[in-house]
Write a protein that binds this ligand. Structure first.
Ligand SMILES: [Ca+2]
Ligand SMILES: [Ca+2]
Ligand SMILES: [Ca+2]
Ligand SMILES: [Ca+2]
Length: 283
């Protein structure tokens, strides 16, 4: 129940309020002399307190690695449910699937999430709304896959090019691709069994990003809530238009023919025709 309230709540403030009340209730129970006292104590320590910590974790919430052409609108979006928080002490590191070594690292010292909880790192702020940190390069900044983006405790100086995945300190990560096979060497960044995410999963990798949906859903190091939908840098992941938009079928012409034989007969037939066009919507 704790994880549902803390992680799945659509309104972080409500979720936080409910979590506090739940904690209060459980702590109060600790002072009630019952044979269950020790069991309750263990329950609080084992589940509620770690949950209170994870509810406040900064997550990678959305990554857009692929667009048309030279990929001029790439970004990584972080989200913190408590609103504005200091990102000092964290670094975003990009890992290469071909050698399982880093190829970019961006220090977040002095950065912070905004009042709504978002922080966006991008290649070119001219093409990415709400970009907080415009870094070099402008284009082809985030490799297309199979690759990984990881939020790690540390500094960029600790991650020169070709640095291995650290043994610990990974706050959150996403391993992604564009119709590429899974890369086991990168999947060690995630919790066991978590999927590599395909930005082309809805058949529109250039028009979609990988994004947690509902917004900020799932746990750190878990990628099972990612969907592919139009990008929303710096705003809530809405997943608008993900319902099989490539399979939309609409009639472009309708024809109703003359009935035969005429209506004075016991039965008559009216034929019709529908011309069908399969559209490939691109948002
Ligand atoms: Ca994309
Ligand atoms: Ca730039
Ligand atoms: Ca790219
Ligand atoms: Ca977003």
């Amino acid at each position: 129940m704790c994880f549902y309230i803390a992680i799945e709540g659509s309104n972080p403030d409500v979720a936080s309020y409910e979590l506090k009340n739940l904690l209060k209730s459980m702590l109060w129970l600790l002072y009630v002399r019952t044979p269950m006292k020790k069991l309750i104590h263990l329950f609080v320590l084992a589940f509620l307190l770690p949950c209170a910590v994870c509810a406040q974790t900064i997550l990678i919430n959305e990554v857009d690695a692929v667009q048309d052409g030279t990929d001029a609108a790439e970004f990584v979006e972080l989200y913190y449910p408590g609103g504005s928080t200091d990102l000092t002490g964290l670094v975003l590191v990009f890992f290469n699937g071909s050698d399982i070594l880093s190829y970019e690292a961006f220090d977040l010292d002095g950065m912070s999430t905004n009042a709504s909880g978002y922080f966006v790192l991008c290649g070119d702020a001219a093409n990415v709304a709400n970009c907080d940190l415009d870094v070099t390069k402008d284009t082809n900044l985030i490799q297309n896959g199979a690759e990984a983006v990881a939020l790690i405790i540390g500094d960029a100086v600790n991650y020169p090019n070709d640095t291995a995945i650290p043994p610990g300190g990974v706050v959150d990560a996403i391993v992604y691709d564009v119709d590429d096979p899974d890369e086991p060497g990168l999947l060690v960044l995630l919790a066991a069994g978590q999927p590599q995410v395909n930005e082309d999963g809805e058949g529109n990798g250039t028009g979609h990003s990988n994004q947690r949906f509902p917004n900020r859903s799932g746990l750190p190091l878990y990628t099972d809530t990612y969907v592919q939908a139009p990008p929303t840098p710096g705003t809530e992941n809405m997943a608008i238009g993900v319902a099989n938009e490539n399979d939309i079928v609409i009639p472009v012409a309708i024809q109703l023919n003359q009935n035969y034989p005429n209506p004075f007969n016991p039965t008559t037939e009216i034929s019709y025709s529908l011309s069908l066009l399969v559209t490939y919507a691109s948002l």
